[in-house]
Design a protein around this ligand. Sequence first.
Ligand code: NZQ
Ligand code: ZN
Length: 389
Amino acid sequence: MENFTFLNPTKIVFGRDTETTVGVETARYSRKILLHYGGGSIKASGLYDRVCASLKAAGVEWIELGGVKPNPRLSLVHEGVRLCKQHGLGFILAVGGGSAIDSAKAIAMGAVIDGDVWDFYIGKGSPSDALPIGTVLTIPAAGSESSDGTVITNEEGWLKRAVGGPFLYPRFSILNPSLCVTLPPFQVACGAADIMAHLMERYFTNVTHVAFTDRLIEATMKTVIAQAPKVLADPDDYDAWSELMWAGTIAHNNLLNTGRIGDWASHDIEHEVSGIYDVAHGAGLAVVFPAWMKYVLHHDIDRFVQWAVRVWNVELDVFDKEATAREGIARLEAFFHKIGLGTTLASLGIHDDRIEEMAKKGTDGDRRTLGNFVKLDSRAIADILRLAR
Ligand code: NZQ
Ligand code: ZN
């Protein structure tokens, strides 16, 4: 096991009606805030009205900035930074999913500097501070509600890039599983795929003696595998949403990579795909991850066998470990199909004409290889994308 320091400071407020506490939670930090959200789902569901009522009751004033798109864009971040500076706002409240939250984190960093926040995303300088943010989460997926990262897309060149730092952990996140009932099935499936991916990125490590966190990750994967089909079958199943929502947060709040070194190549490759084609992050991962697995399988077949046996209940074939491992991958693909996702680039409407471009962009600048489990150069990335056709 690697040395580690673990501190996740995000206060989680979980359960029914918890969004009514958002005003009180916010007022601890500022009474003049930016209220940031997406394309309108929070208005349709009535959540927006409840959040506004709670803010008002707590004496919090706000400036609003809606319109965050999935794969959130830099131009709206710039608009948010401008509003924060112009009105002297001291806090950002994101209501929505990973996109609204990541956009809020970007604005929070941009609001405390003179230059362009995009520089941090391309490795020009490192951020060291940000306005405090809080969230009301409406989809179990990205884990941004309790992560120290943000992913933004720059429309100029369609580059999707991530940056992180401990000052980006939200001060609080409100998780009411009832808010998920309005999610379209496709978004539910994308969220489940993303949660699985966050777990698998951590699971496939070269670090040895990580038996305890192996077991935690396996338990979290099994939870997603069991609960995602339940919420798809019955969107009113509060108990199943509760399990899935909490699993989604734990999957990405850094607890499960304590003492480990995760891989993250599949995420980086997916960011190239969604950067160019604007596909949903989870849908992209359902395509990239199985292909990555097929490509790196022989690097540590025993780890794949362990995963197949423990997570997917594959019967161990001691004479043919590869068959056992491949059956695990087949069951992962079957799970994605069962929840309504495709596992090929073609299923996303993507053909192979820009594979080389994505592979090259993925290793541009100082990122000459991707991943840690196996280090991938641009040729390897192109091979993986071709396996995903
Ligand atoms: O925009 P609105 O109208 O709110 O609709 C959203 C959006 O269309 C809708 N939605 C969300 N909650 C809903 C709802 N519709 C009805 N009822 C609800 N309760 O769902 C759509 C997707 O929302 P989005 O916020 O984009 O989803 P997600 O949470 O999956 O976030 C994806 C983004 O997070 C990034 C991804 O790259 C992607 O840009 N990630 C962020 C990470 C982080 N900061 O730690 C880690 C992840 O690996 C990921 O990369
Ligand atoms: Zn993800």
